[in-house]
Design a protein around this ligand. Structure first.
Ligand code: 6PG
Length: 470
């Protein structure tokens, strides 16, 4: 019986495409899916490689070379646990399981411990790049069991996206670091998408541009410093016509954004680590607020927007480009700051320059700007915050007035720009030497005797505030 080098469980679009990608690189691969439809599709699209899958898990497992390398690409959550449970009695010690879905990092930590007790190698790996990426070169973030990683290294490097000939995959670190980094990647993705949506709204509502004009603006910016995958995708969306109506498809899409949770997890973790990422938080919040359609419709009747179109459209368009550039830098900065903190807290041993490097190609947040970010971390691998880098500071200084201008225009006209506004407030907070937080401490001590620290002396103090006489 033919033995295969690698097996994939879950032959949905992502799993199938990743398998085809491996087959393109001459790996003998096979797959397993409960759904016969998925097996048929695999055979159909994999004709060139004579790809065949299994509908019986036992047959699939027995068809693999030892030690087995099994990649899971199934929906995150209980399904991953169920698949692992079904696999366990069929495996031999030393076999490897690579969970490549968007699993929560705490699930990955738990599974790694459970499986190592049983003698199996397990690692969690984030994959980014969507369907196209999986098929022709994703960015991959594997972390955890090093033995399993070593056994997969060559395959992963072969199938990954390449930038200047370098693979967009690297060993991220121990434990669940791979899934943690992918989660933060997605948090940044949420922020960038929200910023692009707000930019669209400023152009459409604030400047009165038609979608065709907006398309041209995005396509133009994508030729400059804002060049990125999401920018390119967004420009393409604005040109897409709906067959059914002949209208622009973007106008036919309901304005209620959904999510699968990775952005929310990023915000939750940032709160736990007390490491704020406000632009990402606002992106999550804005998606959630968009779902209150009826409420929005009712309130829009009670408080209609009153838009005053400005005269100097070209000038404002240029300022908007600056605002977007500033906010994109800040989105990466917030995500990377969270990684810096998580690395310290969870001992992930993250190399932020390596992470910036593998995000330059294949993934959803790939962008020209990542070259500069990569350089900043090359220059100083332990950089605490991207805003401390001298060349990034020049970019921030060049564009901050655009950000302020756009926020002012949006607020004057009642256009919601939560991500832009929080970007500015985040920056202003971080660059303020003395914040009014002394007052918060005084208030806490006043009503709860929570104590405070003094500026001129070490130690904790309590004052009898209510004895104040004015
Ligand atoms: C990627 C994407 C991918 C997926 C998101 C969508 O990196 O390829 O991030 O993982 O498209 O999970 O997330 P939402 O459904 O939450 O928007």
């Amino acid at each position: 019986m033919k033995k295969y080098a690698l097996g994939m469980i879950g032959l949905g679009t992502m799993g199938r495409n990743l398998l085809l990608n491996m087959a393109d690189h001459n790996y003998a691969v096979t797959g397993y899916d409960k759904d016969p439809k998925m097996l048929n599709i695999l055979e159909e699209v994999g004709q060139k490689h004579n790809l065949k899958g299994f509908s019986e898990l036992k047959d699939f497992v027995q068809s693999l070379e030892l030690p087995r390398r099994i990649v899971l690409l199934v929906p995150a959550g209980a399904i991953v646990d169920n698949v692992i449970k079904e696999l366990e009695p069929l495996l031999d010690k030393g076999d490897m399981i690579i969970d490549s879905g968007n699993s929560h990092f705490t699930d990955t930590s738990r599974r790694a411990i459970e499986l190592s007790v049983l003698g199996f190698h397990f690692f969690g790996m984030g994959i980014s790049g969507g369907e196209e990426g999986a098929r022709f070169g994703p960015s991959m973030m594997p972390g955890g069991d090093k033995t399993a990683y070593k056994a997969m290294k060559q395959v992963l490097e072969d199938i990954s996206a390449k930038v200047n000939g370098e693979p967009c995959v690297t060993y991220i670190g121990p434990g669940a670091s791979g899934h943690f980094v992918k989660m933060v990647h997605n948090g940044i993705e949420y922020a960038m998408m929200q910023l692009l949506a707000e930019t669209y709204d400023v152009l459409k509502t604030g400047l009165g541009y038609k979608t065709e004009e907006i398309q041209l603006v995005f396509a133009k910016w994508n030729k400059g410093r804002l060049k990125s995958f999401l920018m390119e995708v967004t420009a393409a969306i604005f040109a897409f016509i709906d067959d059914k109506t002949g209208n622009l498809m973007v106008d036919m899409v309901k304005d209620e954004a959904k999510s699968k949770g990775t952005g929310k997890w990023t915000s939750q973790v940032s709160m736990d680590l007390q490491l704020p990422i406000p632009t990402i938080n606002e992106a999550v919040t804005s998606r959630d607020l968009s779902k209150f359609k009826q409420l929005r419709v009712a309130l829009s009747a009670a408080f209609p927007q009153e838009i005053t179109l400005p005269e100097n459209l070209q000038e404002i368009e240029a300022r908007l480009e600056e605002a977007l550039y500033f906010a994109m830098i800040s989105s990466y900065a917030q995500g990377l700051h969270l990684l810096w903190q998580a690395s310290n807290t969870y001992n992930y041993e993250l190399n932020l320059h390596e992470i910036a490097k593998i995000w330059r190609g294949g993934c959803i947040i790939r962008a020209e700007l990542l070259e500069d970010i990569y350089q900043a971390y090359i220059d100083k691998p332990d950089l605490e915050h991207l805003f401390l880098d001298a060349s990034i500071q020049i970019k921030l200084k060049e564009t901050i007035s655009g950000l302020k201008k756009i926020i002012n225009i949006a607020m004057d006209n009642g256009i919601p720009v939560a991500a832009f506004a929080s970007t500015l407030t985040y920056f202003d907070t971080l660059r303020t030497k003395r914040l009014p937080s002394n007052l918060i401490q005084a208030q806490r001590d006043f009503f709860g005797a929570h104590t405070f620290e003094r500026t001129d002396e070490e130690g904790v103090f309590h004052a009898l505030w209510n004895q104040t006489t004015l």
